[in-house]
Design a protein around this ligand. Sequence first.
Ligand code: ADE
Length: 225
Amino acid sequence: MMRIDVISAVPDILVSPLNESIIKRAQNKKLVDIVIHDLKDYATGKYKQIDDKPYGGGAGMVLMPEPLFKCIEKLLSERKYDNIIFLTPQGKRFNQKKANALSLNDNIIMICGHYKGVDQRVVDTFATMEISIGDYVLSGGELASLVLIDSIVRLIPGVLGDSEAALTDSFQVSSGFDAPQYTRPADFKGMKVPDILVSGDHKKIFDWREDEGKKKYRKVKRKNI
Ligand code: ADE
C-alpha cells in the first residue's frame, strides 16, 4: 500500500479534504495510507515553538529546523521513502506527468512550508524534489500538498471504478482535454445535447470526443499565453 506522510504546522487544513470522496474511499479500501503530522508535536522547549524570526531580518516567520528534522528523521528510521517533497512556489511546476510518476512511488513525505517558509537546512538535507502547483503564492504548502495527493491517489490502480477510469482523463488522452460532457435531459431550456452523442455510433462518438478535446485544448492554451 502506498503511504503518504504530510508534515504541517496547520494540520487541520488537511483533515476534511482527505476525508471525502475518492481519497476517503482509497483509504478505506487500503489502497493508500495518508498520515498527517502536526509539527507542534515535535516542538521542544517550554513554549513548544516551531517558528522564529528570519536571520538577517525581514517580514514573516520561518519554520525552525529542529521540529522538522525530528519528524523527518523519525519517519526515515521507520521505512524508506522514494521522495521527500517540499512544496514551494519556487519549485518545479507540477503537472500530470509528475503525478503519473509519483503514483508509482511506495512512500512519500510532503513538507508544507508556512509563514515565510522553512529553514533552508531542512530542504538541503532532505528534499528530493521541490514542487510548485503554479505561479502564485499560497499561505502555506497545505493546499498544494492536497492538490498533489488528489492527483496522485486517483491514479493508484483500484482507486477509480471502471466508469471513472483515469486513462480517459484530460491530459491522459492525446487531445489534452476531455470533451464536453452532457447528461439528461437531452433538451434543457431549448439547449440540446449534440446529436452525435445520442446516435449510438461508438466510433463516431469516440472521434467526436477526440476532436472536441483538441479544440478545447487549443482554445484554452491560446487564452493562457
Ligand atoms: N506554497 C506556497 N505557494 C505554493 C505554490 N504555489 N505551490 C506549492 N507550494 C506553495
